[in-house]
Design a protein around this ligand. Sequence first.
Ligand code: PGA
Length: 243
Amino acid sequence: MRRKMIIGNWKMNGSSASMAEALAIEAAASACPAVNVAICPPFTMIAAVASACPAITIGGQDCHSAASGAYTGSTSASMLHDAGATLVILGHSERRVGLGETNAMVKAKVEAALAVGLFVILCVGEALDVREDGEAVAFVVGQVRESLPDESPSRGAGLAIAYEPIWAIGTGRTAELEDIARMHGAIRGALGNEGTHIPILYGGSVTADNAASILALDQVDGALVGGASLSAAKFAPIIAAAG
Ligand code: PGA
């Protein structure tokens, strides 16, 4: 069995006042050594959280595809690494939909992040109308194919895929267990030989109440958690459910 990964995505939340939560999450992670725990705070907190919480993985929530240059407001993969991050979330639907990121843009970011040794969480997921049209599997498999770099020996060791149906993010609505299993199986199939060692996580309204049943699915290697990762009290039971 693969070691489960529980990744907290703080989105645009958190400030120096949230350091106590980060420390409490680190303590909860230390109590579950069989689980790989990461938190992805906003850029402004990465260096501080990385130095205060050495027992957990710290990640960014995005990076630019270029190494450096005239890109006002952007952060490169090597800058994340320099600040203490070892992981980055890429292709989140809030960036794909809200900021117009295409599969090609996401792919360039994935390549940039892997090149500096960051572990990539590549997010994919369909909108509600796509699911209602019966196109969810084809859409998501297409995103996976078009957002991943061309096969390389290092690619599999350095990334995970997070399936996050857009309609389940922040809504309190999770996908049906059988739909999660079917989608993860389809993604794994699309990955071919690499499918056996690339972790596939589920995301979208994961909470202490539903984590155990989602994480018990054969095809689910962990969870990407938004809202419930902001407080250690809500995040700790999810970490424990993965242990
Ligand atoms: P949520 O967010 O857990 O608040 O639904 C998940 C995500 O967007 O990664």
